[in-house]
Design a protein around this ligand. Structure first.
Ligand SMILES: [Zn+2]
Ligand SMILES: [Zn+2]
Length: 132
C-alpha cells in the first residue's frame, strides 16, 4: 500500500491498489495553487484513498473543483471534482512517501505550460548547489 503525507505530517493518507494514471499537469490553476511550475497527479478511485490521520481543508478553486490541503503547513494534497470526475480523487504525487515508485506517463494541459518548461531538461544540473 502506498502512503503519503503533507510537509508537517498532520495529514497522512494511504492508497490501495494502482492509479488509473499519473500525469504531470501544466495548467495555470495547478501551477498557481501549488506555487510550482507543474504538478504531478495520480488518479485513484476515491474509495482507494484512506485518510490515516488529520483532515485536509477544502478550497473551492473553481465552481466544481475542490483542492484539499493541510491547513497547518499548506501542502496541497488532493483534487476532487464531483461534477466532472465523480468518485475520483487525484493525489498530488510529490506528497507520496516514495515518489520514485510511481513514475508519470504523460504531460497534460501543455497548452497552458510556461514556455521555458519545454526545455528544462537541457539546463545544467548540480547535485546540491553550484560550487559545492
Ligand atoms: Zn501539514
Ligand atoms: Zn492542472
Amino acid at each position: 500500500m502506498r502512503t503519503g503525507q503533507c510537509h508537517c505530517g498532520a495529514v497522512r493518507y494511504a492508497l490501495e491498489g494502482e492509479p488509473m494514471h499519473h500525469t504531470l499537469c501544466h495548467c495555470s490553476d495547478c501551477r498557481r495553487h501549488a506555487g510550482a511550475p507543474m504538478v504531478g497527479w495520480a488518479m485513484f478511485k476515491s474509495d482507494q484513498v484512506k485518510l490515516g490521520q488529520g483532515e485536509p481543508k477544502v478550497y473551492e478553486s473553481s465552481e466544481t473543483g475542490r483542492r484539499h490541503f493541510c491547513a497547518d503547513c499548506g501542502t496541497s494534497l488532493f483534487y476532487t471534482n464531483e461534477a466532472m470526475l465523480p468518485g475520483i480523487t487525484d493525489i498530488q504525487s510529490a506528497t507520496l512517501d516514495d515518489s520514485d515508485a510511481l513514475p508519470p506517463s504523460a504531460h497534460i494541459q501543455v497548452a497552458d505550460r510556461i514556455a521555458w518548461m519545454k526545455d528544462v531538461h537541457l539546463l545544467p544540473e548540480f547535485a546540491r548547489y553550484p560550487g559545492q
